[in-house]
Write a protein that binds this ligand. Sequence first.
Ligand SMILES: NC(=O)c1ccc[n+]([C@@H]2O[C@H](COP(=O)([O-])OP(=O)(O)OC[C@H]3O[C@@H](n4cnc5c(N)ncnc54)[C@H](OP(=O)(O)O)[C@@H]3O)[C@@H](O)[C@H]2O)c1
Length: 256
Amino acid sequence: MKTNGNTILITGGGSGIGAALAQRLHDLGNTVIVAGRRIEALNATIAGRSDMHAVVLDIDNAIAIEAFVEDVLATFPALNVVIHNAGIMRFEALDTRRDLADAEATITTNLLGPIRLTNALIDHLLAQDHPAIVTVTSGLGYVPMTAAATYSATKAAIHSYTVSLREVLKGRVEVIELAPPAVQTGLTPGQESRPGYQPLAEFADEVMALLTAQPTPGEVMVERVKFLRNAERENRFDETVVQLNEFAAKARAAQS
Ligand SMILES: NC(=O)c1ccc[n+]([C@@H]2O[C@H](COP(=O)([O-])OP(=O)(O)OC[C@H]3O[C@@H](n4cnc5c(N)ncnc54)[C@H](OP(=O)(O)O)[C@@H]3O)[C@@H](O)[C@H]2O)c1
């Protein structure tokens, strides 16, 4: 993708990976709009930076997405890149009957959110110069974490949806999948300092090196995620499911 002079919308830009990438993309000379539910968090991301903007969006609300896109495109008609980064991760126990509110919320935010936002932007993007769509999946889309089964399933679904977008939009809109490994952010309680997870700044720097490569790879995979991304390709899927889930359980237990 073009590395500067873009107008980039990043959902979930008020914290974690979204905030780190938003600031790095802004440093390169892009106009960046961060969107999310918490205006204070968004304002902290853009503090002291010109050409960086904060707009409130609840990606769970289909009607709000349409209104948001109308407003954002009126203010930023040059918008040519969207990064679908907003997401939630909830732990769940599949072996006990439970309230499915968390599972349903995860599907709404992580799967319907990017589908709806892409739909609201697609006609506009097709008319721009150097348009790009970046989805944020996860290594868990390739090898599921059983304690977050619905989360993992939404990321596998977004991987699949990204493949379809890339094929359909070939030569017209660049479509990039970014699949993070386990990164130290506030995605789940205690994760910001969880041992064995990649420090956020190190991850964001590695992503930027890949994202700014020319041409940008269709899949932006940092070194640490290749263990999961390539598990099936390398015929070690079953043992990787076991290894991943043991690692994840130990990392969480170490903190409790
Ligand atoms: N950290 C990891 O280990 C990891 C690994 C693989 C993939 N990922 C993915 O990376 C992305 C960013 O996560 P993160 O790790 O940076 O965690 P994070 O700091 O919790 O960021 C998630 C962001 O999504 C936003 N968000 C959540 N629900 C939203 C909604 N309904 N509407 C609008 N925005 C919403 C949040 O902002 P508000 O609360 O203000 O709305 C927040 O800024 C997610 O898609 C996650 O699945 C993370």
